[in-house]
Design a protein around this ligand. Structure first.
Ligand code: CA
Ligand code: CA
Length: 264
């Protein structure tokens, strides 16, 4: 529904020359007044919204390997990260084993009670960034992941299933940074936080379902469960400039609403 954030302004943005090759195409420029500004949400507002730790994105932190973990896993461990991925406010562990000659390594997700929740294989040679933020009504945080190669990165929100240890992709998204009232492509190394707020008990994210971004790199460009890839807005600091694109009708929606509105 309309609120003061939905102002129907047209945004023209400079986007960067794509390291992940997610080239953006624009509509005809003559119909659009060049503005390079986002009037619907100021940077100061972005900063104050980000003050609530309950809706902050969290990046796992590297910690030293402990004897308990060494004993629990029984495989040579290269590095350990800590994050509360179960949502009980107690830190858990993600242990990355030594990779094989092709760069593939086992990754063990171990809860604070030393229970292995999941074991997955990861290619350490790919671009891989992972954060956690709780966006729905189950206690465990969702995963925001940027994964891919130089020629295409997938940005997804994933739901964890702590019983089966299987993650499920809920949504492929287009990440866009708001910085000093301008917007930029949300490269994983440039984004700081998803712009989210609490509306009563519901977490809402600042997003747009009306934009001209087209993904044409070597990534998922046409997810089978989605008729479009929504823009999710982030705070952060851009390191690259570049393309122009149009994003309209920014709004606050819950993850559930975005999934419903974008599904095929
Ligand atoms: Ca935990
Ligand atoms: Ca959750």
């Amino acid at each position: 529904m309309k609120n003061h954030f939905i102002t129907c302004i047209i945004l023209i943005v400079l986007f960067s020359s794509c390291k992940d090759n997610s080239e953006k195409k624009t509509d005809s420029e003559n119909s659009v007044k060049e503005e390079q500004k986002i009037d619907s949400l100021k940077s100061e507002e972005v900063d104050s919204i980000q003050a609530d730790p309950e809706i902050s994105i969290i990046k796992p932190k590297t910690i030293p390997l402990t004897d308990e973990l060494k004993k629990h896993i029984g495989e040579e461990i290269d590095s350990v990260k800590t994050i509360d991925f179960t949502g009980d406010k107690v830190l858990d562990f993600i242990c990355i084993a030594k990779p094989d000659t092709t760069g593939i390594a086992n990754e063990y997700w171990v809860s604070s009670e030393y229970k292995t929740i999941k074991k997955v294989k990861n290619n350490l040679n790919t671009i891989h960034h992972r954060w956690f933020i709780n966006l729905d009504d189950d206690p465990e945080p969702e995963i925001y992941e940027a994964i891919g190669e130089e020629d295409g990165v997938n940005y997804t929100i994933q739901d964890q299933n702590l019983q089966t240890g299987k993650d499920k992709i809920l949504l492929y998204i287009n990440p866009v940074i708001i910085e000093k009232n301008k917007i930029y492509w949300g490269y994983a190394w440039d984004t700081k936080n998803i712009i989210a707020r609490k509306n009563g008990k519901v977490t809402e994210v600042f997003c747009s379902l009306n934009h001209t971004i087209e993904r044409d790199g070597n990534e998922e460009t046409n997810p089978k469960a989605q008729k479009q890839m929504p823009v999710l807005f982030f705070s952060g600091h851009h390191t690259q400039e570049g393309f122009q694109l149009i994003i309209k009708d920014e709004q606050w929606l819950s993850l559930k609403e975005i999934i419903k509105k974008t599904k095929r």
